[in-house]
Design a protein around this ligand. Structure first.
Ligand SMILES: [Zn+2]
Length: 305
């Protein structure tokens, strides 16, 4: 739990601890008000959320009155049930996306084997208050501005929380810092636009959904990754190259050192769906996972040489 402003905290899980990947390891936030407090995101499996709740209790005695879900993904909503008594606030689209439940167990276990043992304990708890594109939480003289871009970026229901006086932005997964962004349910073109909108906030501190706390410079860095992938994917799409071949062919440059570089494949596959105007169709997840495993294997082999 790191204090990033007066009574405003970022909870950063040990990103980078596990070299096999940080999928599922997200950040959270805590905003302490005069009477109550607001939490940002609930993390994923019970062991994570229990540690988060313990860290919150060590930081403040105020009860959590509101929990904000920045989007529906499991690594941000899996722990909702540990915030009983709090009003869970999210975009309407986030609630809609969470309502059908979490992805099937075998898929989760394959995608995030590190946490496999805990997935069976998950329970969906839906947001109870939703908003369309804007909402403001007032707490004493503190203002927490919630904003949804109005289109899918990382997911269909992304939201950010901005504290204008403190110039702090909790960006959810619209921001990944030094962890490869993952667009398997997103829209890369629109994600770039959403990042541009966030860069217009006068934030001095940005808490990303994944990776270390940073600034607008770090968010810009991520935006350039998405722009590079989209540009290079388009060239290969136009040349008729399959997505897997394109993902292996694109030179990531400095981004090759970001963790989970094999996410290039889902990002390219999603760009291809965007170019074909087929984004309403779900991603072929088994194909995506198989391809990512191949890419990861190739990366490991290169590292050994
Ligand atoms: Zn996430």
């Amino acid at each position: 739990m790191i204090e990033i402003g007066a009574r405003v905290f970022a909870y950063v899980q040990g990103a980078g601890i596990d070299p096999s990947g940080d999928t599922g390891v997200a950040n959270a936030g805590l905003i302490v008000g005069p009477e109550t407090a607001v939490a940002v995101d609930a993390l994923m499996v019970p062991s994570m959320t229990k540690r988060l709740v313990a860290a919150i209790k060590k930081t403040t005695r105020r009860p959590i009155a509101q929990l904000i879900n920045t989007h529906h993904h499991l690594d941000h909503t899996g722990g909702n049930r540990f915030f009983r008594g709090a009003t869970i606030v999210a975009s309407e689209k986030c609630r809609e996306a969470l309502a059908p439940g979490f992805p099937p167990l075998p898929l989760l276990q394959r995608f995030m084997p590190r946490f496999a043992a805990e997935f069976a304990k998950l329970e969906v708890v839906l947001p109870t208050v939703t908003f369309d594109d804007r909402m403001v939480l007032h707490d004493g003289d503190r203002e927490i501005q919630l904003w949804h871009p109005g289109f899918a970026a990382h997911t269909v229901g992304d939201a950010v929380a901005y504290l204008p006086k403190e110039r702090i932005l909790f960006a959810g997964d619209i921001a990944f810092h030094y962890v490869t962004p993952l667009a398997f349910q997103g829209h890369v073109g629109n994600w770039i636009k959403a990042a541009d909108r966030l860069l217009r906030y006068e934030a001095d501190v940005i808490v990303p959904g994944h990776g270390p706390i940073g600034t607008r410079t770090d968010l810009k860095h991520m935006r350039e990754y998405l722009a590079l992938v989209r540009r290079e994917a388009k060239r290969r799409f136009d040349a008729g190259m399959p997505a897997e071949a394109a993902a292996g062919d694109i030179k990531l440059g400095v981004y090759a050192s970001w963790s989970d570089a094999e996410r290039i494949l889902p990002n390219v596959m999603r760009c291809y769906q965007e170019f074909r105007d087929e984004l309403d169709q779900p991603m072929d997840l088994p194909r995506m996972l198989a391809g990512m495993e191949r890419l990861r294997g190739k990366g490991a082999a290169h590292a050994c040489v």
